[in-house]
Design a protein around this ligand. Structure first.
Ligand code: GLN
Length: 303
């Protein structure tokens, strides 16, 4: 596996230079684009890696998977009245659908959906950011995971679009808490800094029927885990979810920091990272690496 990952790195490194680092969050624009990492965490607890797998980066929208898991643990089925389970076919930060669909976001992985999920967590926990950070540290088995406060402050300063979504949902009656407080907690989660090994390990429960082996915790039930994976497969990569399912064939979630996690159910979890993005806001070299990996292992959830 280490050899395979090294060969994938060789194959995709030449793509660096063809994408663009996210610049709508100024603090992310300064990241060195010439970086690549991949890490695999197998269900029997082995780590395989290539590239800068111990270098921390901003997890951004990958955090939406943690917040969703936390919300599923603490809310019943009625949570799905406030957020849908359909792919949006739209960019991650689009406002268009939200107006004509009466403030109910299509799914938990577009920004509007993640904001509703953050609102649910805000109602549930006295300190939602603390609850999230402890959850992530436990799953990754790393007590040193931190939020990058510079990134969080930069996101808050340039929050206009996310704030618009949240206030629009508030106007439709689909937002319970103070919008600015929820935005702060949402950005604090997006600005968590982790590396590929941390992330592959943290999401191993999604490859293992909800069970996190290294900390002996049933994070979600097998059924809830299948639900999360189905949402990842249909909506984890925004308006590129269809082509990701076609070419990679795995549940996955991207972030504008250039990270992508993917799940090979019953086998392993994987994280790739390369900061340059394509037009849909997904890591360009990262997607190419996952395509190469899924082709080599010859396995897709679609058969
Ligand atoms: N924090 C980012 C935002 O809200 C997350 C977007 C992403 O990673 N796609 O805009």
């Amino acid at each position: 596996m280490n050899e395979l990952l090294a060969s994938i790195e060789q194959k995709v490194r030449p793509l660096i230079g063809q994408g663009k680092v996210a610049n709508y969050i100024p603090a992310l624009a300064n990241v060195n684009p010439n970086q690549f990492a991949i890490a695999v965490y197998s269900n029997d607890g082995q780590v395989f890696q290539a590239g800068q797998a111990s270098t921390n980066f901003s997890i951004q929208s990958i955090s939406k998977v943690f917040s969703l898991a936390l919300a599923i643990k603490h809310n019943g089925e009625e949570m799905w009245q406030r957020v849908g389970r359909e792919p949006s076919g739209n960019p991650f930060n689009s406002l268009a659908q939200l107006e004509y669909e009466a403030g109910v976001p299509r799914n938990p992985f577009i920004n509007a959906g993640a904001l509703v999920i953050s609102d649910m967590n805000q109602s549930r926990f006295a300190s939602p950011h603390y609850a999230m950070r402890e959850f992530i540290r436990r799953l990754a088995d790393n007590p040193n995971i931190r939020t990058d406060k510079v990134v969080a402050a930069s996101e808050y300063e340039f929050r206009a679009r996310n704030a618009s979504m949240a206030y629009l949902m508030k106007a439709f009656g689909n937002f319970d808490n103070d919008v600015e407080a929820v935005l702060h907690n949402y950005f604090d989660s997006c600005a968590v800094s982790m590396n590929c090994i941390d992330l592959a390990k943290a999401f191993s429960f999604l490859a293992n029927k909800g069970y996190s082996k290294h900390n002996n915790e049933q994070v979600l039930t097998p059924k809830e885990t299948a639900h999360v994976n189905s949402l990842l497969a249909t909506s984890g990569l925004y308006d590129e979810a269809g082509s990701f399912a076609y070419h990679v064939g795995l549940p996955g979630k991207s972030g504008v920091g250039g990270g992508i996690i993917a799940i090979v159910p019953n086998r392993f979890s994987v994280c790739v990272w390369s900061p340059e993005l394509n037009k849909s806001g997904n890591s360009l070299a990262g997607i190419a690496a996952l395509e190469a990996l899924s082709e080599s292992i010859g396995w897709s959830v679609f058969g």
